[in-house]
Design a protein around this ligand. Structure first.
Ligand code: GMT
Length: 384
């Protein structure tokens, strides 16, 4: 198939999932076209079966906010016409699903056979989408999609709860490349960061408010107070990095906390990590937690959103009440202080990650595309 994939190019989870899906589908013999305003961070290798189409935003003095959705629709029109797309798969409802609808309207019969598949990831539903200034457009765009998927049961249920959706939403979970995300020997790296054999706790995110980054520092300070000799690695960057750095200074933890910034090879950091912290205020899935678990790292997380579908309480780590940094600190300490418990949780974490193996999930998407294409053909046939 000739498949168009639309995503945000940033380090956020939806862009990662979309790009990895493109790679997985290309490995299965399809030709992929990725559409975005910049080359996605994870599209890091050259291959002839994955083509990148940059959506160019011409500026004009009148446009204080250049209409990205229109420029994107225009690229979609061109690809459907000239690359003969069989499927257009958009990740994130806003504005991608809306642009896809517009592209199909422009092309009419020429695009009638091309299904639009919309995958809902997170803030497009849980935060922004519910905002009255977008809701009607989101409702409409989802309902106009030929197929709709969500990355967790939680997200599917939330979408039905807060939007007027007539479509079936199929849950297709996020996935992990078990070969890439596996523990490898990074002894030299570990020695450089932990010369005295300290434990390593890690947090990876885009440091947005929803990630509760200052809570990560609080949890770490509890672990230190509880007598564990440890270091904290903070991977990523974003608006709340400054607040977290200030809190580290206030707590006198600067020599124990390393802000590493954005990293391409997260699996290398995870390979020297003993425990992953993800105390988010909202998380539809928690891909960062899955990446850690795949590297055999137990997780202490908040008990919200889709995280319980990934992190199993008492088995792969612990789920704690939102904002309960004392309990999260105690749970982290319990794992760090008990070699047997850590080993058991580490094995269970990898085992749980195996349930989300990339190839299997990519095949589910492939079958789903086929199913929706057939449904669309039938609809067209009935109309004739
Ligand atoms: O979490 C982010 O800041 C990025 C965001 C996105 O939309 O790119 O991630 C969402 O989608 C990921 C991939 O499906 C999920 O793993 C994340 O849990 C979800 N984030 C939130 O719900 C906050």
């Amino acid at each position: 198939m000739n498949i168009g994939i639309v995503c945000y190019p940033t380090f956020g989870g939806s862009g990662v999932v979309a790009t990895e899906l493109a790679k997985g589908l290309a490995n299965r013999g399809h030709t992929l076209h990725i559409l975005s305003y910049a080359r996605p961070a994870r599209l890091d290798t050259f291959r002839t079966d994955i083509r990148f189409h940059e959506v160019d935003l011409s500026t004009y003095p009148l446009f204080e906010y250049p209409p990205y959705d229109l420029a994107l629709a225009n690229v979609m029109v061109n690809l459907i016409k000239h690359e003969k797309l069989d499927v257009l798969h958009v990740h994130y409802a806003i504005p991608h699903a809306t642009s896809a609808f517009l592209a199909k309207q422009i092309l009419k019969e020429q695009a009638a056979h091309v299904p639009i598949i919309t995958t809902l990831h997170g803030t497009d539903i849980t935060l922004i989408g519910r905002d009255p200034s977008y809701k009607d457009v989101v409702d409409f765009s989802i309902n106009q999609s030929d197929g709709v998927t969500a990355v967790s049961d939680y997200l599917r249920d939330e979408t039905y709860k807060f939007f007027d959706i007539e479509k079936e939403i199929r849950v297709i979970p996020n996935f992990i490349d078990l070969e890439r995300f596996k523990r490898s020997d990074k002894g030299h790296f570990k020695k450089a960061i932990c010369p005295n054999g300290e434990k390593v706790l890690t947090h990876v995110s885009n440091f947005r408010a929803v990630k509760r980054v200052p809570d990560v520092v609080e949890i770490f300070s509890r672990v230190i107070e509880n007598g564990i000799d440890a270091k904290l690695l903070m991977v990523g960057d974003g608006p709340d990095r400054g607040a977290a750095e200030v809190r580290c200074r206030e707590l006198g933890l600067c020599n124990k906390v390393h802000f590493l910034g954005k990293q391409e090879q997260v699996e290398e950091v995870l390979s020297i990590t003993d425990l992953f912290l993800i105390p988010s205020g909202s998380e539809t899935f928690g891909l960062a937690a899955l990446e850690a678990m795949s590297c055999g790292v137990p997780v202490v997380s908040s008990n919200i959103g889709g995280l319980p579908e990934v992190n199993i309480d008492g088995v792969t780590g612990y789920l704690c009440d939102l904002a309960d940094v004392d309990r999260m600190g105690d749970c982290a300490t319990a794992i760090m202080a008990n070699e047997d418990l850590h080993e058991r949780m580490s094995v269970a974490a990898r085992h749980q990650a195996e349930r989300f193996e990339m190839d299997q999930v990519v095949a589910v998407y492939e079958n789903y595309y086929q199913e929706i294409r057939e449904q669309l053909q039938e609809k067209i046939h009935l109309k004739m």
